[in-house]
Design a protein around this ligand. Structure first.
Ligand code: SAM
Length: 199
């Protein structure tokens, strides 16, 4: 992960805040939402953007830590969702050095594509440490072109599954999904949702 990606997000923040907040979480997560816990749980939303999903999950009774390294997005999220008890943290993958505790769900929506292979490998190891017993890691993996100024590193679902298996994680689900954003659909972007549990 390089600082230029985070700078790219900071530079585009005014436009991105609007676009992120326009997404309906129930639609975004429709491929995996049946796997989300139904009892109040501890969730980390990593690369949380404006906290749209953190707010949605908080509304379902979960305790959510929203981890977002870009100050402009974090501040916008704190303001937009100030009525919801989201806990915010400035930290970043792959090391998540400031994160403590264990989580029932570790959510990585639309962030995995910004890590290179070495960072993904380190990140999987760190995510494994942060999983509570019976916990899940949910990752969406972008395919197709990236946005200018926010570089992505191509990878396949199989590579991530292999890395996860080496850390004792078993794939619970792999499903392809169209982009929920019309601009991205038109640009040929689609996604793979991957869900992992402990083997
Ligand atoms: C495409 S946005 C997705 C935001 C949010 N998860 C959503 O679905 O709307 C990618 C997010 O990942 C964050 N990000 C980029 N690199 C990161 C890293 N190394 N660690 C944590 N977050 C990162 C960006 O700042 C941005 O908020």
């Amino acid at each position: 992960m390089t600082d230029d990606v985070l700078q790219g997000y900071a530079d585009a923040a005014p436009e991105l805040i609007r676009r992120f907040e326009a997404i309906t979480p129930a639609l975004l997560y429709q491929s995996v939402s049946d796997l989300l816990p139904v009892v109040p749980s501890r969730i980390a939303d990593i690369g949380a953007g404006t906290g749209r999903d953190a707010a949605w999950l908080t509304g379902k009774g979960h305790r959510v830590l929203a981890i977002e390294p870009v100050r402009e997005l974090r501040n916008a999220g704190m303001t937009l969702h100030q009525a919801t008890p989201i806990e915010w943290l400035d930290d970043r993958l792959p090391d998540l050095v400031h994160v403590d505790g264990s989580f029932d769900v570790l959510l990585l929506s639309a962030v995995w594509q910004h890590l290179d292979d070495g960072e993904r490998d380190s990140a999987i190891r760190r995510l494994r440490q942060l999983m509570a017993p019976g916990g899940l890691v949910i990752i969406s993996l972008r395919h197709g072109p990236g946005a200018p100024g926010r570089r992505i590193h191509d990878t396949t679902p199989e590579d991530t599954v292999r890395m996860a298996q080496l850390q004792g994680l078993a794939m619970v689900r792999q499903v392809r999904a169209d982009s929920v954003q019309a601009e991205n659909r038109a640009a040929g972007v689609h996604w793979t949702w991957l869900v992992f549990g402990v083997q």
